[in-house]
Design a protein around this ligand. Sequence first.
Ligand code: GRF
Length: 201
Amino acid sequence: MKNIVILISGRGSNMEAVVRAAQAEQWPARVAAVISNKADAKGLVFAAEHGIPTAVVSNKDYPDRASFDAALAEVIDQFAPDLVVLAGFMRILTPAFTERYAGRMLNIHPSLLPLFPGLHTHEQALAAGVAEHGATVHFVTAELDHGPIVGQARIPVLPGDDADQLAARLLVEEHKLYPRCIRLFVEDKLVIDNGAVRILN
Ligand code: GRF
């Protein structure tokens, strides 16, 4: 049984999708803990209701990124993670942290990377006038919203779409994409080869 530790900052709908898929599809893995940097993150309620251990490590309690990341890693490691999953975790991570979990930390970003890294991706997509938008699951490296790509989901940009409509339609796809990619990891089907992901049969 592999241990998955999920980091959130808010709503936690992707975390919820992963928890539900792990149970419904009987993955050889369990969500061992959900950790938030915000005490009022809504997702903590869902996790607690599902019997998943939760923890809060508030970045406000630490003077700098390095000390926060070290404290966070200490809590994460108590759950012996095989995989760390960032699910709407709104913190920029230090290289020491990304190095510690290299090859075993995934993120979901709401754009078709390498397009539109950073914040406000739906607004960026609309401003660029792209015909397609999407989400990307990738291994986390020191560079923000980069790293070997595991999978992407695409949606059309429709006439009259605003950022909220795009985000809502994309979220439905994120909830399928992220569990699909995490399942590949827990089934040992992902290999990072020369900076790219190879998926084994
Ligand atoms: C998602 O759109 C995800 O792609 C991005 O932040 C949002 C988190 O939503 N990284 P939720 O907390 O999973 O509901």
